[in-house]
Design a protein. Structure first.
Length: 275
């Protein structure tokens, strides 16, 4: 069940739209969020995309700023609209392929994601751009992200790698680790930052002193607790997380290649020059 439906008092799979001209703001406020305790402050359309193999259906991707009591938050979600029939649904299945069409649909990424301070390997003018959202404690990230980094370093004219921190709440130690990585990245120590993926910090460790001691010992660094607690690093990680919201991030690692979401995170390998 999607996040928006969880915020509704009525979880209806398909809704009949009475308004002829679809308006995402009006839809979210009046048809989607039914919980009276939830205040919708802002709805912003990220992208809409027609489904080429499913006539009359369009995917609308959007962000929504919510207020629940004293808590404010921002989420992203998607709805499928059939204006011709006046229908909407958040789960559109293809009965021929037995696939949920929402699985591989994500907003495209553009120039806003290709900033110099996120370029950790490869050349800015490389033929292909890779954007990665990652958590250093995520098992799949540990398996794939260092390999992506190594591949890009070995093929700098072919790839440019733009890295975004995405520490997940299920990995308590990831928040401190991402700030440590930010310190290393700011110093230009990108190899050391990637080595964090191989350190022996438990994913559920919450003591930042213990986390830092382990990292300093294993990487031969002398990073201080005061340094990783600087507001600039917390703000930087939060900014990365905000950028993840805008692409409807649903897990890590999430990989984009030349602006397009990659369901297969190893698809970049097809572009490695043959030697």
């Amino acid at each position: 069940m999607s996040l928006m439906l969880k915020l509704s008092t009525a979880a209806i799979a398909t809704t009949l739209l009475v308004n002829a001209n679809f308006d995402i703001d009006n839809y979210v406020r009046n048809d989607l969020v039914k919980n009276k305790k939830v205040k919708v402050n802002k709805v912003e359309l990220i992208e809409k995309r027609e489904l080429p193999n499913h006539k009359d259906w369009t995917a609308y991707m959007f962000t929504i700023d919510l207020e629940m009591g004293k808590k404010k938050d921002k989420f992203a979600d998607m709805v499928f609209i059939n204006e011709k029939e006046g229908l909407s649904t958040q789960n559109l299945y293809d009965l021929k392929t037995h696939k949920n069409l929402a699985k591989d649909i994500r907003p495209k990424v553009g120039e806003a994601y290709y900033q110099d301070d996120h370029l950790i390997a490869g050349k800015k003018d490389a033929k292909h751009k890779i954007v990665v959202f990652s958590d250093p404690e995520c098992p799949f990230c540990r398996q794939h992200v260092p390999t992506i980094y190594k591949t890009v370093k070995e093929n700098p004219d072919t790839f440019a790698l733009y890295y975004y921190h995405m520490p997940l709440k299920i990995h308590p130690s990831a928040d401190a680790l991402t700030r440590i990585m930010e310190v290393l990245q700011k110093q230009g120590k990108f190899d050391k930052a990637m080595q964090v993926y191989n350190t022996k910090v438990s994913y559920n460790e919450r003591n930042e002193t213990k986390i830092l001691d382990t990292i300093n010992k294993e990487l031969g660094e002398n990073i201080t607790l005061e340094e990783i607690k600087k507001p600039e690093y917390k703000q930087k990680v939060q900014a990365d997380k905000d950028m993840g919201v805008k692409v409807m991030l649903k897990g890590t690692p999430t990989v984009y290649l030349d602006g397009e979401f990659q369901g297969d995170i190893t698809s970049y390998k097809k572009l490695i020059p043959k030697k």
